[in-house]
Write a protein that binds this ligand. Sequence first.
Ligand SMILES: C[S@@+](CC[C@H](N)C(=O)[O-])C[C@H]1O[C@@H](n2cnc3c(N)ncnc32)[C@H](O)[C@@H]1O
Length: 278
Amino acid sequence: MIKKLIFLLAFFAFSNAFSQSSTELGDDKYRPNMGQSGKDVIWIPTGNELVAKMLKIANVGPSDLLYDLGAGDGKIAIAAARDFGARAVGIEFNPDMAALGQRNAERAGVANKVKIIQGDIFKEDFSKATVVTLYLLPELNQQLRPTILKMKPGTRVVSHAFDMGDWQPDAEIDSPAKGYFWIVPANVSGEWALDSFDSKSSTILNLSQKFQYVGGNLTLGKKTQPILNADLKGDRLQFSYIDDMNNLRTVRLSFNGSNIKGEENSNYMIREFSGFKR
Ligand SMILES: C[S@@+](CC[C@H](N)C(=O)[O-])C[C@H]1O[C@@H](n2cnc3c(N)ncnc32)[C@H](O)[C@@H]1O
């Protein structure tokens, strides 16, 4: 089974890894071999074109702190700093590889923004990341998934080649190789009381959730109706409902733990309200 997955990884990488010049593979101090074994997965670098697409789909920018889990020669972390202005940390188990990655960061002139550290992705703390990149294996993604889902809502995650099981991606890359993109959703499930949403009656919002997919009911006074077109991105939820004049209205909420701030466009004015978890 493991051999099959390693083969899979090599196969997915085939199309893009060889677009990379062999002069990029190491320096005088250390020359890694494509496909060499690593603690939990072999080393194959992501091709340059896919690296750029992964960073673009995650909208990486100067305010980001990117962590590449299993950093190899540091190329994703280096590109994030060099081409997108981000700070970046690569976690790499192989000490020679981690040292090579740090030298590569120095040669690329981004050592002030990039640290390639020797460590195990299952032990190091990457909770401060705003963007996480991975090129691992399906079962490693699955093992990391609970940790990733506990990260700050809105954290962006991009995986080369492998998905996250039944956590559907928010977007995909199809060429030069497969990539998957997710936004960590806030935990919004439960019953929420909305203050001053409606001056005449109390308002209760009942939400159920599977990852970023949200459904539920809005109870306005005595009337309960399903929410429509719910769209959760990180800590922001937008949905529509039908008001008592039969108009379709759209509400935008932002979640912060057990508190909500919300707004609704009403008669060309923005009406603000707040709420809390019951
Ligand atoms: C497929 S390569 C990806 C390298 C790089 N992220 C890229 O996309 O170019 C996976 C890397 O993870 C490293 N690795 C394997 N198990 C690891 C672990 N438990 N902790 C940290 N690094 C690990 C391997 O040594 C290898 O360099």
